[in-house]
Design a protein around this ligand. Structure first.
Ligand SMILES: [Zn+2]
Length: 159
């Protein structure tokens, strides 16, 4: 029995060593952080933990620049965008319920009209991005509008 168990253990190690790097990262983060992969993504792999934190694994994004800080907690904007993308990719719409509801002093986002997604002129018609103004909230407050105005991204320029 012991020999069988040891053999199984060695087989598991061998199997794991053959898994692609990103699959091993996913196993490690999901096990250690009690997390679920939201977005294998074009950018860093994104997870949500059982207690509602959004984590980015920068090792999966650019292994060469990895400097030891593997996992980091997303900023509010990053976390909301990750939840919006995660809901679309996984089909789990309950993820959207984790996004803060529209505060009284805010208004429906004028860039996406509350839809959370925008398309950019010049890109193919089906290419949609998480809204650049509200970052997927669907609403905007004065600070967000002021920031977009300072960056020149909103309101759109007359052509
Ligand atoms: Zn928006």
């Amino acid at each position: 029995m012991v020999a069988l168990r040891e053999r199984r253990r060695l087989q598991r190690i061998e199997r794991n060593s053959k898994k692609p790097f990103v699959d091993r990262l996913q196993d490690e983060v999901e096990d250690q952080q009690d997390a679920f992969l939201l977005d294998p993504g074009m950018g860093p792999m994104t997870y949500i933990t059982a207690d509602g934190r959004v984590l980015f694994d920068d090792r999966s994004f650019d292994d060469r620049s990895f400097d030891g800080e593997a996992l980091r907690e997303a900023t509010d904007d990053e976390a909301i965008a990750a939840l919006v993308v995660g809901a679309k990719k996984t089909g789990i719409n309950a993820l959207l319920e984790l996004i803060p509801v529209q505060p009284l002093h805010s208004l429906e986002c004028p860039a996406c009209t509350g839809g959370r997604w925008t398309s950019l002129p010049g890109y193919q018609r089906d290419a949609e991005f998480v809204c650049f103004l509200c970052r997927g909230r669907g609403w905007a407050d004065q600070a967000m509008l002021d920031k977009a105005a300072a960056l020149g991204t909103w309101p759109p320029r007359e052509t």
